[in-house]
Design a protein around this ligand. Structure first.
Ligand code: ATP
Length: 436
């Protein structure tokens, strides 16, 4: 069993900052309340996480289609979904030090000062409120979406009628959501602005339990396939009193973070709750009519809902490693090649100008196929370390022999094996080793 290491979190946070994965937002103004920006390497990795999800959920299946709905929606949506009434967390104040906490995240005492003198919990609303148009009155109130799911439910009929899908089928969406969290923190684990990857799978009511089990298995496996060790993952079933207002069953995919087990994703059986609510509030029929059997029904919904930042953090934590090569210690991110921000680094052995044209030629050759980096400063050893630390799976070195034999050395991040590969065959060589 892998034990969470207290220093690991600090090491990974430092590395991500030092190497330009994640920066505190508005840093020159002292930062802004647990918001984060993704830097040059971070934006690449974040996109890779989202692409990997989209690929497994949409591209490789013929029973799921995607949408991209607006963040601002009719306020009635949130009345119908139940968010206006129930999307709250229990807020308690510490009477001693005045800090505020989410009651379900503390154990009876203030984590700041240890006092037990806490107020009664009161519901704190998590939706960000804003005004649409020039007048700030009740009629112009709107909310930033706290989940992407409702954009899918309100488009159910549009997609059903245009995509020629029928239950069981799914609609997937990735995008920003906003929650006015009481206590954001643990780096990018809990933020007020975050990205979700959600899929609503519409099924005949009797099939819901089977599909729930199916999606629990599939979603756990997705993390394993992308490199998270099985012993750092677990499925946790929610207790009945913990279930959301819409759920007939929820299981979380949890990861062993350095601060303990934390949710990466929830898989929920939302029953026909959302479609029925929207049908009632909108007056539209939101159902499926099966022409073959003449049957009409409101599909039940199984929802796997994941967070981009949380998954990215888990992939980074699981990939972080330190080892010693030839007496020198190195830090290496053993990221799955699909998630690695840069796939190939092109490195002329020395800065001598004679190597530059050939090195540039190699870069031009690989760049259209793989996200690449070019680096000709410092010693080759230091440049390898920099690439290892960024998780780059392959370094391609151009040396003086290259000028004669038109071959380069390809170094593998994990095995450190070095292969001599002819420039003509380089793209094929890399393609065999770097999965799409
Ligand atoms: P938690 O209990 O941690 O507040 P939740 O159960 O409310 O999360 P869901 O509503 O199930 O979360 O949202 C689905 C996923 O969206 C979560 O598993 C998580 O990955 C992500 N997510 C939710 N809230 C946040 C947040 N504040 N910051 C980052 N990611 C989040």
């Amino acid at each position: 069993m892998t034990e969470p290491s207290p220093e690991l979190m600090e090491k990974v946070v430092n590395l991500t900052k030092r190497r330009g994965f994640v920066f505190p937002s508005s840093e020159i103004y002292g930062g802004f309340r647990s918001t984060w920006d993704y830097g040059p390497l971070g934006v690449l990795m974040k996109r890779n996480v989202m692409d990997a999800w989209w690929r497994s959920m949409v591209q490789l299946r013929d029973d799921i289609v995607g949408i991209d709905s607006a963040i601002l929606m009719a306020p009635r949506v949130w009345e119908a979904s139940g968010h206006l009434e129930t999307f709250t967390d229990p807020l308690v104040d510490c009477r001693n030090c005045k800090e505020r906490w989410r009651e379900d995240q503390i154990e009876g005492a203030c984590p700041n000062c240890g006092s037990h003198d806490l107020t009664e919990a009161r519901p704190f609303h998590l939706m960000f409120k804003t005004f649409v148009g020039p007048v700030e009155d009740d009629a112009s109130v709107a909310y930033l979406r706290p989940e992407t799911a409702q954009g899918i439910f309100v488009n159910f009929m549009n997609v059903l009628q245009t995509s020629r899908k029928k239950p069981p089928f799914g609609i997937a969406q990735m995008g920003k959501s906003f929650r006015n969290e009481i206590t954001p923190g643990n780096f990018i684990f809990r933020t007020r602005e975050f990205e979700q990857m959600e899929m609503e799978f519409f099924v005949p009511p009797t099939e819901a339990p089977t599909w729930f089990e199916y999606w629990c298995r599939e979603r756990r496996q997705w993390y394993i396939d992308l490199g998270i060790p099985e012993d750092m993952l677990r499925m946790r079933q929610h207790d009945p009193e913990e279930l959301s207002h819409y759920s007939a069953g929820t299981a979380d995919v949890e990861f062993l973070f350095p601060f303990g087990w934390g949710e990466l994703e929830g898989v929920a059986n939302r029953t026909d709750y959302d479609l029925t609510q929207h049908a009632t509030f909108s007056g539209e029929r939101l159902e499926y009519f099966d022409q073959a059997s003449g049957e009409r029904y409101v599909p039940h919904v199984i929802e796997p809902a994941a967070g981009v930042g949380r998954s990215m953090m888990a992939f980074l934590l699981a990939a972080y490693d330190e080892d010693v090569i030839e007496g020198e210690s190195r830090t290496v991110l053993r990221l799955h090649p699909r998630l690695a921000p840069v796939k190939v680094a092109v490195l002329p052995l020395s800065k001598k100008e004679t190597l530059t044209p050939t090195a540039r030629e190699v870069l031009d050759l690989v760049q259209p196929h793989f996200m690449s980096d070019y680096d000709e400063t410092q010693s080759i050893g230091r440049r390898y370390r920099r690439q290892d630390e960024a998780g780059t799976p392959y370094c391609v070195t151009i040396d003086f022999e290259t000028l004669d034999d038109r071959a380069v050395t390809v170094r593998d991040r994990d095995t450190l094996a070095q292969d001599r590969v002819s420039i003509d065959k380089l793209v094929d060589y890399l393609r065999e080793r770097l999965p799409l």
